[in-house]
Design a protein. Structure first.
Length: 235
């Protein structure tokens, strides 16, 4: 398998423009963005490429310009556990970079993707100069921690059916929409693993929900004719 390809800064995309649009770097001065850009490199990956392995030493963190990456580890039995599915505009790898520890997961492209790798030295230099950036990074990492705690709670307290319904309605917390269509971001096996379910269990629950007329499955598109009816089924 061919690994990721790093491209010299002068080719292709405008790294500064991309960095300026990342919520994390909103509010930074142009010269700060320029310094970060000098410490960044483009990485293009094709679907299936590994960005880093578990145990590799981080030299920075990653921002997805477009595409999709899964973070996962392999169990001693050889099964895969997907920890997260990361998409456009999102960053990953910051926490271990600050801890000076090796990566605890591996990262694999689920689609052809373009990423920026922002070097640890560049980000640490900016953190020394700009406390606003530090606060934003802490907020971002706290949000991720909050999601992880929600995940653990969900695995511990919720049935497989509740987890799947919660996942399907994750972007519609308060209702309001009567009928919606949800497009699964990746294949069912990856999502099942993300929800701590086997693929068989995941498919069985989708089948049960569609038998009851609560959802209509069309490949990766899942039509939900009545959101509230599905939500009530969660309890």
């Amino acid at each position: 398998m061919i690994g990721p390809h790093a491209h010299p800064h002068q080719h292709g995309i405008n790294i500064e423009a991309l960095l300026a649009h990342v919520p994390l770097f909103n509010g930074l001065e142009p010269e700060e963005i320029a310094r970060l850009a000098r410490g960044s490199r483009e990485i293009t990956v094709t679907r299936g490429d590994i960005l880093f392995h578990k145990g590799d030493t981080p030299t920075g963190f990653y921002l997805i310009v477009y595409g999709q990456v899964k973070l996962a580890f392999t169990s001693p039995q050889g099964g895969e556990k997907v920890v997260d599915i990361v998409g456009q505009g999102q960053t990953f790898g910051e926490a271990v970079m600050f801890m000076d520890k090796p990566f605890m997961v591996y990262a694999q492209a689920l689609a052809d993707s373009l990423l920026l790798h922002i070097s640890k030295t560049a980000i640490l230099d900016e953190l020394d100069k700009d406390p606003k950036l530090g606060r934003k990074m802490i907020a971002g990492l706290s949000m991720r921690l909050h999601h992880l705690i929600n995940d653990v709670e969900s695995y511990s307290l919720h049935s497989g059916r509740q987890r799947i319904i919660g996942y399907l309605l994750r972007e519609y917390p308060n209702g309001g929409e009567r009928a919606i269509t949800v497009t699964l971001p990746t294949n069912k096996g990856v999502i099942a693993s993300r929800l701590n379910l086997t693929q068989e269990h995941f498919s069985r629950i989708l089948h049960e929900l569609s038998e009851k007329g609560l959802i209509v499955v069309e490949g990766r598109k899942i039509h939900i004719p009545e959101v509230e009816k599905l939500r009530c089924h969660e309890h």
